[in-house]
Design a protein around this ligand. Structure first.
Ligand code: C2E
Ligand code: MG
Ligand code: MG
Length: 436
């Protein structure tokens, strides 16, 4: 076989993607001893697309160079193989005595990279998500890297700026590659949809048990290349690639416009829009929110933001600041999927929220499970006493409805009442209800 000279990435001086896989293969082929362990770290800069778009490609390249420097200085080992494997993705492969040592280095990297970066006049606060995989008996170079990549995706999924270690159970080596391809296809679909009008919001009503429309929730769908993608598939990809900020701005504007349309059709109703972490950590969030309100010319009280409980509890100053300013603007704040995070009940009192949406996992167990019922009833009471509207999500059956009513919950959302539907269908639905 012919020897390839390793190809080097121009910006960082690291190996490039193709040389990376080859170099890891060579390390494995060199009959590596079992100890110390070989580990792979996959690092992905959070919100890089946003940095690139807001500050330009030159600033983007500068961020990449400086992050690469920090990686090199922090790992600081002669035997470390360093590669840049995507526009904002890095791989480091080296030996460690054990898993704890790999995690220590991962944490040191998080800290080092988090230091603010001054680029010309700008102060940028970078962060990365890191996935760690330790070599296992069945691993080849590809599967080791794929497991690290998967762990990185998990770190992103949990909100980024953290590390995640690939478990020993996450062995299916080809799965990662497959997923990576599927993700690229989804990313391409999202770009196409953004450009060609393939994004739509469907709306699902939230109704009070006494029959009023409490709100309608906007749920994003993506049509591209003849297929329909649901948010469960594309939101994680959008979050990973930073596209979520643009998608989020689009849905705020779309939601605000629909609120105006509902108002003009004599159905003044709050429109709820889901907001991701990447949006709330962006300093441009409030400008986008005001932009949507002004563009649609609506009373801010007609818009509600849905965020997860972990996001509501987030201590990062920029997040708290954005939430406070949204509330000050008069926009409602709703805690989505409550009960799936880790917050304690006592921290509910610290949330600046106007609405609490209890996750549908609570209601799977109703009406039979008395313990689940007791929890639902207590949370409903607590939420009410704290002045929040309490909503049960995912109500599908009359029996669940009855249990929810008995638990003292004020409003429900779910297939029993209505599925998410297009703007037109929702307006028809509202008109029919009014006539009934
Ligand atoms: P979510 O905000 O909790 O939205 C409710 C989800 O539950 C929707 O799924 C809805 O179709 C589904 N659902 C409603 N009633 C029932 C029911 O009775 N039974 C069952 N099994 N499901 C029900 P969908 O539309 O697939 O959205 C999934 C998630 O994607 C949303 O969960 C939200 O977290 C996210 N998402 C949707 N649109 C956006 C968006 O514009 N921006 C962001 N950041 N996230 C979004
Ligand atoms: Mg929601
Ligand atoms: Mg929800």
């Amino acid at each position: 076989m012919r020897d390839h000279p390793p190809s080097i990435d121009r910006i960082t001086g690291f190996l490039d993607r193709s040389s990376c896989l080859r170099a890891v293969n060579e390390r494995l082929a060199a009959g590596a001893p079992k100890h110390p362990l070989l580990c792979a770290l996959w690092l992905d800069v959070d919100r890089f697309l946003q940095i690139n778009e807001s500050f330009g490609h030159q600033a983007g390249d500068e961020v990449i160079t400086r992050v690469a420097e920090r990686i090199r200085m922090t790992i600081c080992r002669d035997d470390c193989l360093l590669a840049r494997v995507g526009s904002d993705e890095f791989v480091a492969v080296f030996r460690v005595p054990d898993r704890a040592a790999a995690e220590r280095i991962g944490r040191a990297l998080l800290l080092a990279i988090e230091q603010p970066l001054r680029i010309d006049e700008l102060l940028i606060h970078p962060s990365v998500s890191i996935g760690i995989a330790l070599l296992q008996a069945h691993d080849d170079a590809q599967s080791l890297l794929e497991r690290a990549d998967q762990a990185m995706i998990e770190a992103k999924r949990q909100g980024g700026a953290r590390l995640s270690v690939a478990g020993s159970d996450c062995a299916p080596a080809r799965h990662g590659l497959h997923l990576a391809r599927a993700e690229l296809a989804i990313e391409a679909d999202l770009h196409t949809a953004l450009e060609n009008g393939g994004l739509v919001l469907d709306f699902q009503p939230v109704v009070t048990l006494d029959g009023r429309i409490e709100a309608v929730e906007g749920l994003m769908r993506c049509h591209a290349h003849g297929r329909l993608l649901m948010p469960g598939r594309f939101i994680p990809v959008a979050e990973k690639t930073g596209l979520i900020v643009r998608l989020g701005e689009w849905s705020l504007l779309q939601g605000a416009r629909f609120a105006a349309r509902l108002r003009d059709a004599q159905h003044p109703t709050k429109v709820a829009i889901n907001v991701s972490r990447a949006q709330l950590t962006s300093p441009g969030f409030i400008a986008a929110l005001h932009g949507a309100l002004i563009c649609a010319n609506i009373d801010p009280a007609l818009l509600e933001l849905e965020i997860t409980e972990s996001l509501a509890m987030e201590v990062a100053e920029v997040v708290q600041d954005n939430l406070r300013r949204a509330r000050e603007a008069g926009v409602g704040l709703s805690i989505d999927d409550f009960g799936t995070g880790y917050s304690s009940l006592s921290s509910l009192k610290d949330l600046p929220a106007t609405k609490l949406k209890l996750d549908r996992s609570f209601f799977h167990l109703l009406p039979d499970d008395r313990r689940a019922f007791a929890v639902v009833r207590s949370v409903a009471q607590l939420g009410r006493e704290l002045g929040m509207v309490v909503v049960a999500e995912g109500i599908e059956t009359q029996a669940q409805y009855d249990a929810v009513e008995a638990a003292g919950i004020e409003a429900i959302q779910g297939f029993l009442i209505a599925r998410p539907m297009s703007e037109e269908a929702l307006l028809d639905w509202l008109n029919q209800r009014r006539e009934a």
